[in-house]
Design a binder for this molecule. Structure first.
Ligand code: G6P
Length: 350
């Protein structure tokens, strides 16, 4: 068992550490993706469909395709797709994202498209059902993922989405930036002991909030999902601009708020949200640039990132400390993070 886990205590921790390699291997698909993109007809709309963590990857896709490719993009939960599928046409590309390639809701959505639009699947498992039914297939190269809570498959999905968006936009110079991410991820993983300390400090909290804007909003959702899945702590991910429309009523003394505040367009507004929760007594865990003294002064704990990581690419590195935070809280609570109760790796029922 220990050998299978490569010396790590759990598959999840092993898989978190395999992420730089997973990104590197997925980047090798660049020329394949370029070929696929060259064979595309002209699309005027992209429609992502997915569940769970793959849905969060899709949300990053929306920000990316709209910002980089300038193509109108929507994202639908696979289980909701049948209630909104009627406007598809041949100018639409439906992208389904599923690590397993077997999720029932996602398969059902794919079948509902039924040649009304073009379909592309981003999948990790070679030969899975989805790969036989979608017109175009892009493989993530994460390798097998055993932990129920997705980690390296998520990061690999993001990598595939970036590759697709870069190829569709023709902004090939961005590839270089993307290729520098795996090394940078290694440096974040070296900071693991610091995250462990943070986990110890906050593990007994009853509720958590995760906030971010733009590219950091899906990261907030994913951070909250990881925490729910493997620690059973109540967690909510929020677009930070929505705080004032409800959740602020719940912010009081001591509640942990994880704020994702990379440098970039969304920075100043999220920072002002951080000030708001801070003023109400929240304990803020900030994720941001090591040079961001304004953020530091508003946080109880600060998880630092290289200033060079711009907002567009921040989604890949910034999620790693959130995965580790959930992992360590899970272990400290005596939970098996690889097998959370009531959840399955692959959900084959609608
Ligand atoms: C299950 C897993 C999640 C996963 C989701 C979607 O809920 O526990 O980790 O994100 O299914 O799975 P898929 O294979 O479609 O990506």
């Amino acid at each position: 068992d220990m050998a299978e886990k490569g010396g790590y205590d759990h598959f999840m921790l092993k898989e978190i550490h395999e992420q730089p390699k997973a990104v590197k291997n997925t980047l090798r698909e660049a020329s394949e993706i370029k070929k696929i993109v060259q064979s595309f007809p002209k699309f005027n709309r992209i429609c992502f469909v997915a569940c769970g963590t793959s849905y969060h990857a899709s949300l990053i896709g929306k920000y990316l395709f709209e910002n980089l490719v300038g193509i109108s993009t929507d994202v639908t939960l696979a289980s909701e797709f049948e209630y909104s599928a009627e406007t598809l046409d041949e100018n639409t590309l439906v992208i389904v994202i599923t690590q397993s390639g077997e999720t029932a809701d996602t398969l059902k959505a794919l079948r509902l498209v039924n040649h009304k639009a073009k379909t592309l699947a981003i999948v990790n498992v070679v030969g899975s059902t989805v790969t036989r039914e979608a017109e175009y297939v892009v493989y993530t190269r994460a390798g097998p993922e055993i932990g129920v809570a997705a980690t390296k498959t998520y990061i690999s999905q993001l990598t595939s989405i970036y590759l697709l968006a870069i190829c569709m936009s023709g902004r090939m110079e961005l590839l270089e930036k993307l290729e520098s991410i795996p090394d940078y991820m290694e440096s974040i993983l070296e900071n693991e002991d610091f995250i462990k300390k943070i986990a110890c400090k906050y593990k007994d909290a009853r509720d958590f909030f995760f906030i971010g804007r733009g590219f950091s909003y899906p990261t907030a959702l994913e951070g909250a999902l990881k925490l729910k899945e493997i620690t059973y702590i109540h967690a909510e991910g929020y677009a930070s601009g929505e705080l004032k429309h409800g959740p602020l009523a719940l912010i009081d003394d001591g509640i942990p708020v994880v704020a994702i505040v990379p440098p970039g367009k969304s920075h100043d507004k999220t920072l002002s949200n951080v000030e708001e929760v801070n003023a109400r007594g929240a304990r803020v865990i900030g994720l941001g640039s090591s040079k961001d003294e304004d953020l530091r002064s508003e946080t109880m704990d600060m998880i630092e990132f290289d200033d060079e990581i711009n907002e567009i690419f921040s989604a890949i590195p910034y999620v790693i400390p959130l995965q580790l935070l959930s992992y360590y809280i899970s272990v400290m609570k005596g939970i098996d993070p690889d097998k959370p109760k009531n959840l399955a790796k692959c959900v084959t029922v609608e």
